[in-house]
Design a protein around this ligand. Structure first.
Ligand SMILES: NC(=O)c1ccc[n+]([C@@H]2O[C@H](COP(=O)([O-])OP(=O)(O)OC[C@H]3O[C@@H](n4cnc5c(N)ncnc54)[C@H](OP(=O)(O)O)[C@@H]3O)[C@@H](O)[C@H]2O)c1
Length: 260
């Protein structure tokens, strides 16, 4: 595990008989939330077999487990199932992934929906928030800003998404599960930002004057995988079903007391 925490237990969906796997027979899950995937988008492009194994095959194994225990499946998917020409996206918009990662996430979400009745696919993007391992983009920036170190970043000005706090995703999943909802939900908070603006908000909040952010366009990054540019989600379906649910924003997140 790349980023274990003190609450992590071992479970490898690709080795269901591994002796170190958490004892699901004893636990008898009602719900399995499957987040496992190969998420390094450029690496996936150059290693499609490994990507298939860790994203599609691992989802197939999670499906097998759900069938065994009669559990519902929650699958975290992505806006990379779209081509980024017409975002932000609604649930029913036409999918057209541009890269291996997106194609494999799409294949996995379709299998989940076909194979496990009552399952939920939460399409998410640009996840940030407090996490013990502090690995998301915003948390890493915050850590560097707290440390006061000087740094420079070149960030795409043309990649738009709807950043969302992981805590909001968890609250949303809980509501949907409690109400026995199923199908696809695009998860959108209140922000629609490009990557540069997201970082800029964070840096400005900390008042750092030793940090240089340079806006660039995606082609100059020469990445192996093509990126969908205008992504993110509309979130209307969930908002219509749960009008009282309040998503937080990146500003709300920044205005909290950060642990040192
Ligand atoms: N973070 C985002 O902004 C975002 C956006 C859209 C969608 N998502 C989706 O949300 C999920 C979580 O994303 P993340 O950012 O937390 O990704 P992450 O940090 O790369 O975490 C994925 C985890 O899956 C584990 N894993 C891979 N194959 C597994 C298997 N067969 N059995 C058990 N665990 C396995 C990996 O373990 P190792 O470290 O040991 O390989 C890794 O810890 C992914 O499905 C991703 O596609 C995330």
């Amino acid at each position: 595990m790349g980023y274990p925490t003190d609450r992590t237990v071992y479970f490898n969906t690709l080795e269901l008989e591994h002796p170190d796997n958490y004892d699901l027979d004893a636990f008898q899950p009602d719900v399995i939330v499957h987040c496992g995937a190969l998420t390094w988008v450029d690496y996936c492009e150059e290693n499609p077999e490994e990507s298939y194994l860790k994203t599609v095959q691992s989802a197939k194994e999670a499906i097998r487990l759900c069938k065994k225990y009669g559990a519902r499946l929650v699958y975290t998917s992505t806006d990379y199932v779209f081509d980024g020409t017409q975002g932000p996206y609604r649930e029913e918009d036409v999918v057209n992934p541009l890269n291996v990662y997106g194609r494999h996430k799409l294949e996995a979400e379709q299998l989940v929906l076909q194979e496990v009745p009552g399952s939920l696919v939460l399409r998410i993007t640009n996840v940030y928030g407090n996490e013990i391992r502090g690995k998301n983009f915003v948390a890493r920036l915050v850590k560097q800003l707290q440390a006061g170190v000087a740094f420079e970043l070149q960030l795409p000005y043309d990649q738009y998404a709807t950043p969302v706090n992981a805590y909001d995703i968890a609250r949303m999943a809980y509501r949907l599960l409690a109400d026995k909802k199923s199908g696809i939900y695009g998860v959108a908070s209140t922000d629609f930002l490009n990557r540069y603006h997201l970082a800029h908000k964070v840096v400005r909040h900390f008042g750092a004057n030793n940090v240089t952010l340079t806006p660039i366009d995606t082609p100059s990054l020469n990445q192996a995988a093509t990126r969908p540019l205008i992504g993110g989600f509309v979130g209307l379906k969930f908002a219509t079903e749960y009008p009282e649910f309040a998503f937080t924003s990146i500003n709300d997140y920044l205005n909290q007391e950060f642990p040192q």
